[in-house]
Design a binder for this molecule. Structure first.
Ligand SMILES: [Zn+2]
Length: 270
């Protein structure tokens, strides 16, 4: 599943090809993805200039004067900019044509992604009630500490709650809790302010590293025939259940917490 770093890297890769371009047309090869594609997409986009491409959580917003097209990659989605003449493949569901002769092509085999519309000056309901961006100044250890008081849910569930902070998926939660020495099953309300400061820094560091490495693996990620995947990144615990901890050598523990695979070191994480 594309996570925040993949979405941010997609944004950075697309931006120079789309910003300032006129939309010449929209070609929908099916009427829906996860949800029906609203009429505004085909009615309002043509003839408009692309004012920018923003990211909020894992949503991309293609800004035009009347509003923004909202794109989400879902479980398997991928956005590329390719020449309009490049023949579409099986799961290439949407083309947004540009006056450069290229198209923004949305491929999504499993169709959990979406293409929606947000009128200018409004906030789509999917974007309401989202927590701060993890790389913003609003996301700090103090913030996590204040929000977590009296919470009995696990710190891992808390960290993956989009109303608390956006874009920390399962792998990033597992990895950052290991790097912070915090046991994933510990109650969120029973983690100290000092340890939340370490956790917030770990989240920022791991996401920044992933975005940075995304720049170097971009060719693979956006390859016309390639599939989106996780950026190559050193994983300390994820996928290593039963294998020796890279810090202390004890076998790593594993279970499912909130239905998502969790791995941790019972020796290093408290
Ligand atoms: Zn260990």
């Amino acid at each position: 599943m594309p996570e925040l770093p993949e979405v941010e890297t997609t944004r950075l890769a697309l931006l120079p090809h789309v910003e300032g371009r006129l939309v010449t047309g929209v070609n929908l090869r099916r009427p829906d993805l996860r949800w029906p594609i609203p009429d505004e997409i085909t009615k309002l986009l043509p003839g408009q200039r692309v004012l920018g491409l923003r990211r909020r959580a894992k949503y991309l917003l293609l800004d035009l004067a009347p509003g923004s097209a909202i794109l989400h990659l879902g479980m398997s989605g991928c956005l590329r900019v390719v020449p309009a003449a490049h023949a579409p493949g099986l799961h290439d569901h949407v083309d947004i044509g540009l006056d450069s002769g290229q198209v923004i092509r949305f491929n999504d085999p499993r169709r959990f992604g979406c293409l929606l519309w947000q009128p200018h000056g409004e906030t789509h309901e999917l974007l309401q009630d989202l927590g701060p961006e993890p790389l913003s100044g609003d996301f700090t250890g103090d913030y996590l500490f204040e929000r977590s008081r009296k919470r009995t849910a696990s710190v891992k569930t808390f960290l993956m709650d989009q109303a608390i902070v956006v874009g920390v998926g399962n792998i990033y939660a597992v990895e950052t809790l290991f790097r912070s020495g915090i046991a994933p099953g510990r109650a969120a309300g029973r983690v100290s302010r000092e340890r939340y400061a370490i956790l917030a820094q770990a989240v920022k560091k791991v996401l920044r590293q992933a975005i940075k490495s995304g720049g170097t693996t971009l060719r693979d990620f956006l390859h016309p025939d390639g599939l989106p995947g996780y950026f190559r990144q050193k994983l300390f615990v994820y996928g290593r259940e039963g294998m020796p901890c890279l810090e202390c050598g004890h076998p790593l523990s594993g279970n499912r917490l909130g239905s998502r695979a969790t791995v941790w070191c019972a020796h290093c994480q408290r």
